[in-house]
Write a protein that binds this ligand. Structure first.
Ligand code: ADP
Ligand code: ZN
Length: 436
C-alpha cells in the first residue's frame, strides 16, 4: 500500500508537542539571527527586543516584521546568516511584483526544503513506483528544483522536463508513462488543452495526480484541469523567501493546504495595523522560518491574503491548514481611483462562463484618464454562436463587472487561442500606465 505520510511523527503530531518543538526552534533561531544578521539585529534593537525576551512561541509577536522592501534594501547579502562558503545554492523569485529577491541555501536548507516537497508528493499519493514529470521552469525559479528534489527524495523516476515545448511534454508523458505532473496550474490547463488538440483523451496517458501551484487558481480551474487530464489535482504553496514550493501542501481532502509547521510558524495579521488576528480571520500571512540556516527570515510578511484553520482533517494530519491565497495585498490595481483585484474579475468570468476562460486585463492611461479593458477568449463553441448570443454575453459581462467593481470596463471577446498561453506563471494584467 502507498505510504500515507512522508513523516508521520511530524505530520500527525499533537498540538502541545508541536508548540514545544516550535518554541525550542524559535528561541535558537532568534539567537542565530541576532548573532549573524546585523540588519535584523538593528530592527530588534529599534523595537527594544533582545533574544532574552523570546522564550517561546508566545513571544513571537514581540519580534519586528520583515517585508519585501527589507529584502530589496538588504540585497543581496544583507540578510545572510551564514558565510557564503557554507552556502550551496541561490534561487530567486519570479519577480511577479517588482524587482527580484535572492535567497541562499546551505545543504541542510536544501534538505529541509526537499523534505517538505516529499511530504507534498506523498500526500498526492506519490511513491517510488511513480514517474514524476516536472514541468515547472528549472533555473533560478524555485518551482523546477523544488519539485525535482522532492521527487528524488520520494524515489520517483524523475522526468526533468522544465516548462515549454508542450507537444514534446505530451509525447514524453505518453512514451514514459508519467503518473504525476508538476507545473503551474495555468500550464497544466494548457497541457490539457494541447492534449485534446492533438487528438488524445485522458485514456491515452497514465497520469493520476498533478501537483500545481506558484500562482492563484480557482476551484473551477481545478475541476477543469482534473477533467482534461483525468487526474486529481493538488495545490502546493511556497515562496522563494521561505525556501520555495512545499511550505504548504494539499492532502486528499482538497480543502486547504497543510503548513509544514515544524519549519515555518504561520501567523495572520491585519495588513494595515500589523495586529495578530485570531485563527479563522482573513488577513496577511506571515512566516517565521525556524530551521533555515542561511536565509532565516523572521516574521516575513508574504502579502498573501488567506485564512488559517486547525480543524480536524480526514487525512489524519494535524498540521494547521491555510486556505488558497485569495490574492496578494499588492496585486491590487487602482483603476480610475477604484481598488481592483484580478480575482474579483475572475469571479465574474467564472459566473458568466461556468469556467475560467483565458483572459487578460489591460490598463492604460490616455491623457489623464485610465482605460480599462478585459480581453476574454471565446471557446470554439461560443465562437460559432450567433452574433446575437455573443452580444448578449458581452452585455451581461459588462453589467456584472460594473456591479462588482463599480466601474465600467471595455469587454473585448476575442477569438479562440488568441490570448498567449503561459508555460509558467500566467500574465493576467498588462498595466501600460507610466505613472512616474
Ligand atoms: P514572486 O513574488 O516573484 O512571484 P515567487 O516565485 O517566490 O515570487 O512566488 C511566491 C508567490 O507565489 C507567493 O507569495 C504567492 O503569492 C504565489 N503562490 C505560490 N503558490 C501559490 C498557490 N498555491 N496559490 C496561490 N498563489 C501561490
Ligand atoms: Zn489533510
Amino acid at each position: 500500500m502507498a505510504k500515507r505520510y512522508w513523516n508521520e511523527k511530524i505530520e500527525c503530531m499533537e498540538l502541545p508537542d508541536m508548540r514545544a518543538l516550535q518554541s525550542e526552534r524559535l528561541v535558537k533561531q532568534v539567537k542565530h539571527v541576532w548573532d549573524n544578521v546585523p540588519y535584523y539585529r538593528k530592527k530588534m534593537e529599534e523595537k527594544g527586543v533582545t533574544p532574552d525576551d523570546i522564550k517561546g512561541i508566545d513571544d513571537l509577536h514581540k519580534l519586528p516584521f520583515l517585508s519585501k522592501a527589507d529584502l530589496r534594501d538588504a540585497y543581496p547579502y544583507g540578510l545572510l546568516a551564514k558565510p557564503l562558503t557554507d552556502c550551496v545554492r541561490i534561487q530567486s523569485t519570479s519577480g511577479t511584483t517588482g524587482k527580484r529577491v535572492v535567497a541562499f541555501y546551505t545543504q541542510n536548507d536544501v534538505d529541509m526544503w526537499e523534505d517538505c516537497v516529499a511530504r507534498a508528493i506523498t500526500a498526492a499519493g506519490g511513491t517510488n513506483e511513480d514517474v514524476c514529470q516536472v514541468a515547472y521552469g528549472y533555473g533560478l525559479f524555485t518551482g523546477g528544483s523544488g519539485l525535482h528534489g522532492g521527487s528524488h527524495k520520494v524515489g520517483c523516476l524523475t522526468l526533468p522536463m522544465s516548462s515549454g515545448n508542450t507537444e514534446r511534454q505530451i509525447q514524453f508523458m505518453m512514451d514514459l508513462g508519467a503518473t504525476i505532473l508538476c507545473c503551474t496550474p495555468s500550464y497544466a490547463a494548457y497541457i490539457g488543452e494541447t492534449l485534446h488538440d492533438m487528438g488524445y483523451t485522458p485514456d491515452d496517458i497514465k497520469l493520476k495526480a498533478g501537483i500545481f501551484g506558484a500562482e492563484p487558481w480557482t476551484e473551477e480551474m481545478r475541476r477543469e484541469i482534473e477533467r482534461s487530464l483525468g487526474i486529481k489535482a493538488y495545490d502546493i504553496y511556497g515562496l522563494t523567501e521561505t525556501s520555495g514550493p512545499g511550505v504548504a501542501f494539499e492532502c486528499e481532502e482538497q480543502s486547504g493546504m497543510h503548513i509544514n509547521e515544524d519549519n515555518f510558524i504561520a501567523e495572520i495579521i491585519d495588513p494595515d495595523t500589523g495586529e495578530v488576528l485570531p485563527e479563522g480571520s482573513k488577513g496577511e500571512l506571515v512566516f517565521t522560518s525556524i530551521t533555515k540556516e542561511a536565509f532565516p527570515l523572521l516574521r516575513y510578511r508574504t502579502r498573501d491574503i488567506c485564512v488559517l484553520s486547525r480543524g480536524k482533517c480526514s487525512c489524519g494530519r494535524t498540521l494547521i491548514k491555510m486556505s488558497k491565497p485569495m490574492g496578494r495585498s499588492d496585486d491590487m490595481l487602482i483603476i480610475k481611483g477604484v481598488n481592483v483585484f484580478p480575482s474579483q474579475i475572475e469571479t465574474v468570468l467564472i459566473k458568466d462562463f461556468k469556467a475560467t476562460p483565458n483572459y487578460q486585463i489591460v490598463v492604460d492611461r490616455v491623457g489623464n484618464a485610465d482605460t480599462f479593458e478585459i480581453k476574454i477568449e471565446l471557446s470554439p463553441d461560443m465562437f460559432s454562436d450567433t452574433i446575437k448570443d455573443v452580444f448578449t454575453l458581452e452585455k451581461k459581462l459588462s453589467a456584472d463587472i460594473v456591479q462588482i467593481l463599480g466601474i465600467k470596463a471595455k469587454i473585448s471577446l476575442v477569438e479562440p487561442k488568441s490570448i498567449p498561453r503561459s508555460e509558467g506563471k500566467a500574465v493576467r494584467v498588462i498595466d501600460r500606465r507610466k505613472l512616474v
